[in-house]
Design a protein around this ligand. Structure first.
Ligand SMILES: Nc1ncnc2c1ncn2[C@@H]1O[C@H](COP(=O)(O)OP(=O)(O)O)[C@@H](O)[C@H]1O
Ligand SMILES: [Mg+2]
Length: 215
């Protein structure tokens, strides 16, 4: 499967979602390729730390810029799963990648500024579907509040907002705001390799929902 982790907002949790999914799938025994298509190179830096530390499973990382469509198609034939990290804006990589992808996972916080960019994503989707009619898109609620007093209302707000965008479905799994997600990035780990069982379970749930249950 070719999955783009993409939204039109920086700091939404794209790279964090991409690297964690990549490790989770590799741990399940899949051949995974992580594509860094963001000039900021955050996934590359994470990957360099992972390699330097000799962590297993090792992840194949490829850097691609500009028109990434044919590169993704080729990688899609070689690997079980291709996970693509793109920049947080209306990038050429997001658009060209989407012509070759099966799914766009769009991480979003439950904030108006983040969610407002969904209109742009929906416009892009409609256009790209002229070339890739089977492309799907799903919003992933990230950095959700763990505070029991607001947890439920925040989720409801998120679901209500997304329901306005008919082309975008919602991922049931939720990623909460947890320090572990930040901490592991610097050392090339995933939360699955940390002692934060809640964060680890969140990534498991996300992967089960998107890729099916683990091998
Ligand atoms: N679930 C989370 N909980 C806490 N911090 C997070 C979470 N997801 C991402 N972050 C942090 O938020 C910042 C932006 O995340 P990042 O994945 O780089 O976003 P993007 O790639 O969309 O710009 C980073 O500092 C990252 O460590
Ligand atoms: Mg990023």
């Amino acid at each position: 499967m070719i999955v783009i982790i993409g939204s039109n907002k920086g700091g939404a949790g794209k790279t964090t979602t991409a690297t964690n999914i990549a490790v989770a799938l590799a741990k399940r025994g899949y051949d995974v390729c992580l594509v860094d298509a963001d000039p900021q190179r955050s996934a590359c830096r994470w990957h360099a730390e992972r390699e330097a530390a000799g962590l297993e499973p090792s992840i194949t990382l490829i850097e691609k810029r500009d028109n990434i469509a044919s590169a993704l198609k080729t990688l899609g034939e070689k690997f079980d799963h291709v996970i693509v990290d793109v920049a947080g804006r209306n990038s050429r990589e997001l658009i060209t990648g989407a012509t070759a992808a099966d799914l766009i996972i769009a991480p979003h916080q439950c904030s108006q500024l983040d969610l407002d960019t969904l209109a742009e994503l929906q416009d892009q989707l409609v256009r790209v579907r002229d070339l890739n009619p089977d492309l799907k898109a799903a919003a992933y609620h990230t950095m959700a509040s763990t505070n029991p007093a607001v947890r439920e209302t925040e989720r409801q707000e998120f679901l209500t907002f997304i329901s306005d965008f008919q082309e975008v479905s919602v991922i049931e799994a939720v990623g909460f705001y947890r320090k572990a997600y930040r901490d592991v990035m610097a050392t090339g780990h995933s939360v699955m390799e940390s002692d934060n069982l809640q964060a680890s379970a969140e990534i498991e749930a996300l992967c089960n929902e998107v890729f099916g249950d683990g091998r």
